[in-house]
Design a protein around this ligand. Structure first.
Ligand SMILES: Nc1nc2c(c(=O)[nH]1)N[C@H]1C(S)=C(S)[C@@H](COP(=O)(O)OP(=O)(O)OC[C@H]3O[C@@H](n4cnc5c(=O)[nH]c(N)nc54)[C@H](O)[C@@H]3O)O[C@H]1N2
Ligand SMILES: Nc1nc2c(c(=O)[nH]1)N[C@H]1C(S)=C(S)[C@@H](COP(=O)(O)OP(=O)(O)OC[C@H]3O[C@@H](n4cnc5c(=O)[nH]c(N)nc54)[C@H](O)[C@@H]3O)O[C@H]1N2
Ligand SMILES: [Mo]
Length: 821
């Protein structure tokens, strides 16, 4: 047994380099139930992060009553993340949406499906007739299933013909995709989670894996607890659990937020200077090396010390570890993707691997991480605006090929310019050219930057807002029509994690009330619009998830993300399987780019790349000249200062992010009592020296302001670097009296963030803003209610530890006890 709130990573199962990671099967059931009481176990995978942990849902009397990790799954070997152990309770929540809602005289009232869908399709048709396809926008998520994204992409790109389609993956891993496209010509992770089992150096760039991919971090902890542990390098301005591990097993570099490019360039500078470069690999498999070495000249460790405020000696030490590693694994996440110069910095991580020839070999992965469980599919299927199966919108042959798959005219597929990214979609809605916005599985009224502006855009009279959700979120409260969806456990489909592992997630129970799978709702929308192919047949030709999957397989034939060798049957029963999976690789593919061959040839690549400073797409002819044979592309980048800098008025850098116990806007984790109790309300983190300078103490009530708004929160004095504030972004307003906006004090971090994005990936910047902070009142010795087990651990006073008690017990079955049986 383990209290999974007090010990989120559970019991250690140490192993040595090259050994198989031991299994540990975690089970959590409703209080009073034993495994023998369960009627059936239904196969699925995690939906509350991108790790893709395989699990089974326990069903009793047609209700979900718990979960168990899947021992046979390659990803987790039986383990569960605390969010998965407890988060399923949200499915059973009494306040699920069970009927469609429609706005009548300003109020949302219950209605039937026919009325709701007639209103949605009717308004879309009117607008198509009057204003054309560009009056219609779609904004989806990284939390639906592959089958749903593919159907939505077909409707948007192939049927309606709008270029205004994006996913919240824009806020999440647009930079992961862009960095992979820039360096390797195509999205898709080179590495595999099994690289953890053999790596001797593991670098985590702006990635608090301990809190955000708990099971993957457990795998690293088990290596650290075994013989010959790897060296850990952590780049993060906060003292996260990852940084603490790096402190004892490697190096923690805590740069000023927004200076990642300088630090990366300094690391590369040292690799080149010390000859830690695989010249033969670079010569044979890459272009752009000479430009890089020229760019690096000035980026000495001393410059990094000056700009990033990281000791030059630490930079040298980290570079030596990276430069002399035999098997180097890197992972990158929001500390890079949502910070200043996102793509430019992330690409430098790829450059390290190219320079060191550390790709396509065991232990040598780059994980340009995902965050959401199904974000990879949003990107693959084209629900983020890209063309399905990594087709290149600026290559006419690719559009023609796609049109053939869909049996439509190529001219019907918009490809005259890059797809409209989300922040631009919001701008078009603001200025009135987009009149219809269909939002599914995301909560922009809490998750987008500058919320005051977003609320005013979404609540406009002239915008017809459709929201498809499972709860009445802050965004749903602003809608004209709300469509109640079925979710994970209540519908069947597949999804793909960051290391390309495809899992089947099966329906375990009926959805509540009249809630319907997102797939069924999209298909009905298409039919009501009368969308047709060239022969006058319905454009969407499937009516079941498996039908959609089979159609998707055809769409991927011959493309990098080839699914043709997969089927629901093949995915049933065992472990998830990594794409590409086809005739040549019937059991999937552990690592790609094994032979230094990339998907970067001009006629095959997904993208010709962009200018990292201006974001302008590279012209096809330019790309052909630069990279005629499809090698890896080394792209150099110079540092540019952030747009919003600290000043006398706003002297702090504000970063925002996550805590282990909550998922995003908490629509699910708030409804799981164990998780909510662990992190019940918003807090703000500040360093001990900044607090002492002001005479402030743990628990004082502070007001944080930027030119956009204010947030009031209790002070947690944590291990964050001086000059920086941290706010978790999980706390919106739906569970406060009053609903969708702040009544008195703001508490959503995005009241404060700015409208700005990376030029190449168009990912909004959530991690560099200038802020002021003042004290509203003293806390009277009462500490902030922030977790003690995570990056928010208090450093000045002793605070009762975060625990979960009996309700948070997870049963662990360790491999050794199993063998002993
Ligand atoms: N518990 C939990 N897990 C989750 C999620 C969740 O909501 N809760 N969400 C999932 C999703 S969608 C995502 S995208 C991932 C995100 O996972 P992560 O990226 O690991 O999480 P974040 O907290 O957003 O940011 C990571 C770190 O970036 C650091 N950082 C901020 N600014 C900078 C900078 O300028 N430079 C550097 N080097 N570091 C910086 C922060 O201090 C923070 O510790 O998590 C996934 N997993
Ligand atoms: N300040 C700041 N802002 C951030 C970030 C940050 O680090 N800092 N991180 C950004 C990142 S990386 C991300 S991924 C976003 C996340 O931002 P959001 O996507 O807005 O957050 P969620 O709470 O996950 O919203 C998902 C919604 O989908 C609903 N839902 C869940 N399952 C289903 C389903 O099966 N069908 C349907 N139709 N609906 C469903 C949920 O109830 C919820 O309302 O936030 C971004 N915003
Ligand atoms: Mo994300």
């Amino acid at each position: 047994m383990s209290d999974r709130i007090a010990e989120p990573w559970g019991t250690r199962t140490p192993y040595a380099a090259g050994e198989r990671w031991p299994t540990r099967v975690d089970t959590h059931l409703e209080e009073g139930l034993e495994p023998g009481d369960v009627d059936r176990w239904v196969q699925t995978a995690s939906i509350l992060h991108s790790n893709g942990d395989g699990m089974d849902i326990a069903v009793k009397d047609d209700r979900i009553v718990g979960v168990r990790g899947r021992e046979v799954d390659r990803v987790n070997h039986g383990r569960l993340d605390p969010k998965d152990a407890f988060g399923w309770q949200a499915n059973n929540s009494p306040d699920r949406l069970t009927k469609p809602l429609i706005r009548r005289d300003g109020e949302l009232v219950e209605t039937d499906w026919d009325t709701a869908m007639a209103a949605v399709a009717g308004r879309a048709k009117e607008l198509l007739d009057e204003h054309g396809a560009s009056s219609i926008g779609f904004y989806t998520t990284g939390q639906l299933f592959l089958e749903e994204y593919y159907t939505l992409a077909l409707i948007g790109h192939g049927g309606i013909g709008t270029n205004h389609m994006d996913g919240n993956t824009r806020l999440c891993t647009a930079t992961a995709a862009e960095a992979l496209k820039e360096s390797f010509g195509c999205d898709g992770q080179p590495g595999s989670y099994t690289d953890i089992d053999t790596a001797d150096v593991i670098c985590l760039y702006g990635h608090n894996m301990a809190e955000t991919q708990v099971v993957l971090w457990s795998r690293i902890l088990d290596r650290l607890a075994g013989p010959n542990p790897p060296t850990i390098i952590c780049v993060d301005p906060r003292l996260t659990p990852v940084a603490e591990a790096a402190g004892s097993h490697g190096i923690h570099l805590a740069p000023r937020p927004g200076t990642n490019v300088v630090l990366m360039n300094a690391l590369l500078h040292e690799l080149v200077d010390n000859g830690w470069v695989d010249e033969a690999y670079v010569q044979e498999h890459a272009v752009g090396y000479d430009e890089l070495t020229k760019q690096l000249t000035d980026y000495t460790p001393e410059l990094a010390e000056e700009i990033c405020d990281v000791p030059a000696a630490d930079v040298r030490q980290a570079a030596r570890a990276i430069g002399t590693a035999e098997r180097l694994l890197s992972s990158v996440l929001q500390g890079f993707y949502q910070s200043h110069q996102a793509t430019a910095a992330s690409v430098q991580v790829n450059n390290i691997h190219i320079l060191r020839g550390m790709l396509g070999k065991p232990g040598c992965g780059v994980l340009q991480m995902n965050g959401q469980p199904t974000a990879q599919n949003t990107r693959e299927c084209g629900a983020d605006g890209d063309l399905p199966a990594f087709r290149n919108w600026s290559n006419d042959a690719h559009t023609e090929d796609l049109a053939k798959v869909w049996n439509i005219d190529p001219m019907q597929i918009p490809h005259y310019s890059a797809p409209t990214h989300l922040m631009q979609i919001m701008r078009y809605a603001e200025d009135g050219s987009i009149r219809f916005l269909y939002v599914s599985g995301t909560n922009p009224a809490v998750s987008l930057p500058e919320l005051r502006r977003i609320r005013s855009i979404l609540s406009q009279e002239r915008l017809f807002l459709v929201v498809q959700d499972i709860f009445l979120s802050e965004t749903a409260q602003l809608a004209d029509v709300v469509l109640p969806a079925a979710t994970w456990g209540e519908k069947t489909g597949t999804f793909t994690n960051v290391d390309r592992t495809v899992h089947l997630s099966q329906k375990a129970v009926e959805p509540p009330g009249e809630a319907r799978p997102d797939l069924d709702i999209f298909i009905e929308f298409a039919h009501r619009l009368g969308l047709q192919d060239k022969d006058g047949q319905p454009l969407v030709k499937w009516s079941t998830p498996e039908g959609a999957f089979e159609a998707w397989k055809e769409c991927t034939r011959g493309r990098p993300c080839d699914y043709t060798g997969l089927s629901y049957d093949k995915l049933r029963g065992g472990s998830g399987i990594q794409w590409p999976c086809n005739e040549e690789h019937p059991d999937g593919t552990e690592r790609i780019y094994e032979d230094g061959q990339f998907w970067a040839a001009p006629d095959y690549c997904e993208s010709y790349g962009r200018d990292l400073v201006t974001g302008a797409p590279v012209e096809p002819t330019e790309y052909k000249a630069l990279n005629p044979t499809g090698k890896a592309v080394i792209k150099a980048a110079e540092y540019l200062p952030p747009h919003e800098n600290i000043s006398q008025e706003y002297p702090f850098q504000l970063i925002t992010g996550r805590t282990l116990y909550h998922f995003h806007t908490r629509t699910k984790t708030r409804r799981a009592p164990q998780l909510q109790a662990a992190a019940p309300e918003v807090w703000v983190e500040m360093s001990a020296s900044d607090a002492a300078d002001r005479g402030w103490e743990e628990g004082d009530l502070l007001r944080v302001t930027t030119p956009r708004g204010e947030v009031t929160a209790r002070l947690r004095i944590s291990g964050i670097r001086p000059g920086v504030l941290f706010l978790p972004f999980h706390y919106g307003y739906w569970d406060e009296p009053g609903g969708h906006e702040p009544q008195e004090h703001g508490r959503a971090a995005n009241e404060l963030t700015l409208t700005d994005w990376d030029p190449a990936s168009k990912q909004p910047i959530f991690k560099t803003a200038a802020a002021a902070v003042e004290r509203v009142s003293a806390g009277g010795g009462e500490p902030a209610a922030a977790p003690t087990t995570t990056a928010s651990r208090p450093v000045t006073v002793s605070v009762p530890p975060t625990t979960g008690g009996p309700a948070a017990h997870v049963h662990e079955q360790l491999a050794s006890t199993e063998a002993a049986r």
